[in-house]
Design a binder for this molecule. Structure first.
Ligand code: ADP
Ligand code: MG
Ligand code: MG
Length: 536
């Protein structure tokens, strides 16, 4: 309604105002921050992981500290680090830039007299490196030479790093990361949506100014509806995930009344809203291809960790303020190690694969089926076996899903979209796209450079307008009524504690880097704050 629209507009303006009002305050807080003193970090030092991959590659601040150590320790270490950086750039570069990057690498690293020659290579590796040609560049450099460089860094340099000042710095950051988190750590803004156990609202980290979405789960409601196990499972799965195409968890904490999941803020609306309520029904093909490429990468990331999503549908795909999308709501996801299957009925009507409906054993195949239904819906404004808002009996939907031919009547279908949808909608699991072949190789994606997409380098085809709320009547979201007659026992307290683990390392560290705080606090001229971490 119009009133809803007006309410949205007002709510949105308020939300922006709150943001700019606090800018000064945030600056003040940032200036008073300091890393904790090393003397207070012995507990954390003892518990920090000793795995190279974990602390020097995966954790963003760990990687940055190790990289700083390599830069200043020896020309040989520096050359190794720079080679890996430049190979990465080459891998992501396009056309002329790629050619330039290749020539640079050869001149800098592959000539016997170059300053940065890789002295740690074995004789055999060095010969290959020197003889590298345009044709075998990828094979030699991304293969043997890259592996030899990584192996070198894992040895002596990694040993030395762990007794260096740079590692001390990393330990201080780990201590900072492990500080207890409460609701005082955030400013709270307006409600963004409503979930089964509470609202989702915008929050801002007081110290960095970063914005997130906070999904609040009412403790009493959870207990009353026995949702605790599900909530913990969702949190544990979110915590494992680290992808540009899935909402990432940054913090998990609790208040007296709520469990809170602080996640990537997605303020551009969900794809269902974009299909049905923005412009004509459906989405333009160029956008569908971009979103589907991102969704496919997100699903592959989940599957690579043996997680089956089970709730793929446009409604669960959210856009951020720039127009990039991510999968959200992992409440139905399950971890199923390779070889393990389930027959549990889970998913949303209209998107469930035949194997789920027939209660046959399934694993990751169901996500590809649901993706086929979702692409179909983005084009046609309806799912393959059900008209939009059509009332269909369960038995009839089952019959159609198992028997009916998929019809592509809408004029917006083209040959590649029809083909990829048909392949995702193969009833036989073995024949389905995604079961044996990589969907990213399908011609539907011929315009997408996946390494660049997966590095976040492809701009979105469409950008949400800053002054529009892409949601139905957010003004309508009412407070939840009070749940009565629920008392907590020791078991509940144990569960709350297991849930409230504070900052999630990779997301938190990335936040420190993106917000500039990592550079600010790493500045050797900055005086260590006497206040340390103590906030307020
Ligand atoms: P539930 O599992 O209880 O359904 P969801 O995770 O689906 O909860 O979240 C409920 C609603 O909150 C969503 O439909 C969406 O409108 C909004 N929402 C969820 N996550 C985010 C996010 N990361 N950014 C912005 N809005 C979100
Ligand atoms: Mg939901
Ligand atoms: Mg859910």
């Amino acid at each position: 309604s119009d009133m809803g629209g007006l309410k949205n507009l007002v709510a949105n303006t308020d939300y922006l105002k709150a943001q700019s009002l606090d800018e000064k305050e945030i600056k003040k807080r940032r200036c008073s921050l300091g890393l904790p003193h090393l003397g207070n970090c012995t507990d954390v030092r003892a518990s920090v992981s000793k795995g190279f991959e974990d602390i020097c590659e995966q954790q963003p601040i760990g990687r940055a500290c190790f990289r700083q150590f390599l830069s200043v320790s020896s020309p040989e270490y520096l050359a190794a680090a720079e080679l890996l950086d430049e190979l990465n750039c080459w891998n992501l570069a396009e056309a002329e830039a790629k050619e330039e990057a290749r020539l640079n690498i050869i001149n800098k690293f592959c000539k016997a007299d170059s300053k940065s020659f890789l002295a740690f290579l074995t004789e055999d590796e060095a010969e290959k490196c020197k003889a590298v040609s345009e044709k075998d560049f990828e094979e030699v450099m991304m293969g043997q030479v890259k592996e030899a460089t990584q192996k070198f860094l894992r040895g002596q340099p990694f040993e030395e790093y762990q007794t260096s000042l740079f590692f001390d710095r990393f330990v201080q950051w780990k201590k900072f990361e492990k500080q207890p988190i409460t609701d005082k750590y955030f400013y709270e803004f307006r409600t963004l949506g409503k979930g089964g156990f509470g609202e989702v609202c915008g929050v801002q980290v007081k110290t960095t100014g970063q914005m997130y979405a906070c999904k609040k789960l009412d403790k009493k409601r959870l207990k009353k509806k026995s949702g605790e196990k599900m909530a913990l499972l969702e949190k544990k799965i979110l915590e494992m995930v680290n992808s540009l195409f899935i909402v990432n968890l940054a913090y998990a904490f609790d208040t007296k009344t709520h469990l809170c999941l602080v996640m990537t803020l997605m303020s551009g609306g969900d794809l269902k809203y974009h299909i049905f309520h923005v412009g004509e029904v459906g989405i333009e093909m160029e956008r569908i291809i971009h979103y589907t490429a991102q969704i496919t990468s997100g699903i592959l990331h989940l599957h690579s960790m043996d997680i089956v999503y089970r709730d793929m549908k446009p409604e669960n795909v959210l856009l951020d303020c720039q127009g990039q999308c991510r999968l959200s709501d992992l409440g139905l996801a399950v971890e199923l190690p390779n070889g393990k299957t389930t027959t549990q009925k889970a998913g949303t009507k209209g998107y469930m694969a035949p194997e789920i409906l027939k209660q046959e054993p399934y694993r990751t195949s169901v996500d590809w089926w649901a993706l086929g239904c979702s692409i179909y819906e983005m084009v046609a404004g309806r799912v393959p076996f059900r008209d939009h808002k059509e009332k269909v009996a369960k038995e009839e939907l089952l019959r159609r899903t198992l028997e009916d031919e998929v019809k592509f009547e809408h004029r917006n279908f083209d040959a590649p979209s029809k083909d990829i949808i048909s392949l995702f909608l193969k009833r036989n699991i073995e024949d389905r796209l995604g079961s044996n072949d990589d969907p990213r190789k399908h011609e539907f994606f011929k315009s997408i450079n996946f390494p660049r997409l997966e590095a976040g380098l492809i701009p979105p085809p469409w950008e949400p307008k800053a002054n529009v709320v892409y949601a139905k009547d957010t003004g309508d979201i009412r407070e939840f009524s009070d749940v009565k007659g629920v008392k907590f026992d020791a078991n509940d307290e144990k569960f709350f504690k297991e849930f409230s683990t504070g900052a999630v390392p990779i997301a938190w560290q990335q936040g420190m880097i993106d917000s500039g705080l990592f550079d600010e606090l790493s500045d050797p001229n900055r005086k260590e704050s006497a206040a340390g971490l103590e906030d307020e």
